[in-house]
Design a protein around this ligand. Structure first.
Ligand code: SF4
Length: 480
């Protein structure tokens, strides 16, 4: 796997909706329910603050981030070698390793494994990769019952929705929404909104599914080349229960999850959960090194556009991501627009960096769903330069002609205006008069959707240029 020149587009993600994603429009729909938007914002900020406290409690936090970044960059620069080393060691451990070029091949491989084993009931623990590949509808269309067993994932699955966050898939829902969903699908009493009672109902419902399953599918947080094993982190133990009970275990894993040595896990496991939820460690951190007796264990290593991203100068570092979700929790746009407004498997800042590489035209608005404040970069445990990559995507969106026509015309006009000082002075004088007479209309015209809810400050009487000329000691004589 070698670095290649930048190339576009490669479509590997099944479209979740039709047509281009209009992030601003979807965000406006989310914001229409103001109390819910405020609650969503506050809930994620609370998680961000927990992350801060956990990070600040470790004096070596920044050293860990630097180490994690270096390990990932090293691994990505030799990914082909490490993948082959993993395959050799995993095979030695009794694991059957498969390679999937794209989502379709991944789905066909998984279905083939299940069909060969006669499995028709699959329990799945949280795996954003299978969301990315559209595995559930693929298997369901072929007669396989797929049950997501992570509580948040099961809630959104029952509602027919996609997860809105990679770590907290149902963060857009309140406990009352969960109560309504469980009442409709699990027969709990109407109006039940007590979290313990809802969790108990979910436990009973899922336990029956675990016991009846004839195959389990998990993802993996880390894959270790040196040992041929992989690590799954959950708080609910659902991955472990599924894999421990079912006669067939399939692990679907993106090729970027590699780390070279078992010792590297000591760095990543300390960063992952602190960054994700502020916990020192996940409740279950399971190391899988081979099948238990009588069980078949398959690992499907999935590319699906990753080697293309690896070949993109300026974007390959996005593959360092360990999917902690911290960049989402801190992002003022994500918190105020909700995960569904991105219409991509991975939302938020990292999603807006990864997804345009799949289909630039369709996802052209996502790199603009950011204030470029850099908060995402500041919290990222593997030091991905997210804001710089978002800015780079914006340049590519514009160069490819996918910027909205209004914005492209405005930027072209602004370029011509800024290059002509006299025109600029005249436009400034007109704008100052306009702002005095019709402040709201000018704000909307000048700042688009951003200006709808904001007042611009009162305009100064004169331009800075005029003020400067008047106050220069030399009276503004040219070349004095
Ligand atoms: S980009 Fe960084 S902060 Fe965002 S999910 Fe990935 S590792 Fe976490």
């Amino acid at each position: 796997m070698t670095r290649r020149a930048f190339e576009l587009p490669v479509l590997h993600e099944p479209h979740r909706g039709d047509g281009a994603v209009d992030h601003a429009k979807a965000a406006a729909a989310f914001l229409a329910d103001e109390p819910r938007a405020d609650w969503h914002d506050g809930a994620l900020w609370w998680v961000r603050e927990k992350r801060d406290r956990a990070a600040q409690a470790l004096p070596e936090w920044e050293t860990l981030r630097t180490l994690a970044s270096a390990i990932k960059e090293h691994t990505l620069s030799r990914l082909d070698e490490y993948l082959e080393r993993f395959e050799a060691n995993a095979t030695r451990n009794g694991i059957t390793v498969h390679w999937a070029r794209d989502a379709d091949e991944h789905n066909r491989i998984v279905h083939g494994i299940l069909a060969a084993a006669g499995a028709t009931r699959l329990v799945k623990s949280k795996s954003m990769l299978t969301e990315e590949c559209g595995l559930n509808p693929y298997l369901e269309a072929r007669g396989v019952e797929v049950i997501d067993t992570d509580l948040g994932e099961r809630i959104v699955q029952l509602r027919g929705e996609a997860p809105s966050h990679i770590v907290l898939p149902a963060i857009h829902l309140k406990k009352e929404d969960v109560g309504d969903t469980f009442h409709e699908f699990l027969g709990t009493p109407k109006g039940l909104a007590d979290p313990s009672a809802l969790a108990q109902a979910a436990r009973e419902h899922l336990r029956a599914k675990f016991l009846a399953a004839d195959a389990a599918l998990t993802g993996a947080n880390f894959v270790v080349a040196e040992t041929g094993g992989f690590v799954v982190c959950t708080n609910e133990g659902n991955a472990d229960l599924g894999a421990a009970l079912a006669p067939v275990h399939v692990a679907s894993i993106g090729i970027e999850k590699l780390v070279p040595r078992a010792a590297d896990l000591a760095v990543f496991l300390r960063l992952l959960t602190r960054s994700a939820t502020g916990q020192p460690v996940t409740v279950y951190t399971s190391h899988v090194h081979g099948p238990r007796e009588g069980q078949a264990l398959h690992v499907v290593l999935v590319d699906n556009g990753r080697s293309t991203q690896l070949g993109r100068e300026g974007f390959w570092r996005s593959l360092k991501c360990i999917r902690c979700g911290a960049c989402m929790n801190t992002c003022p746009i994500y918190r105020r627009s909700g995960g569904h407004s991105y219409d991509s498997t991975v939302p938020g800042p990292i999603g807006s960096v990864l997804t345009p590489g799949l289909d630039l035209e369709r996802y052209a608005t996502l790199p603009f769903a950011s204030t470029l404040c850099g908060s995402c970069t500041a919290v990222c445990p593997v030091k991905i330069d997210l804001d710089a990559q978002l800015y780079r995507w914006r340049q590519l969106v514009v160069a490819a002609g996918h910027a909205p026509t209004g914005k492209a015309v405005a930027m072209h006009g602004a370029g011509r205006l800024l290059a002509r000082p006299r025109w600029l002075r005249a436009a400034g004088a007109i704008a100052r008069v306009g702002l005095r007479l019709m402040p709201r209309r000018v704000a909307r015209l000048a700042a688009g959707a951003w200006g709808h809810a904001r007042d611009l400050p009162p305009p100064p009487a004169h331009s800075f240029h005029a003020w400067y000329r008047a106050h220069r000691r030399d009276g503004g004589r040219p070349n004095a």
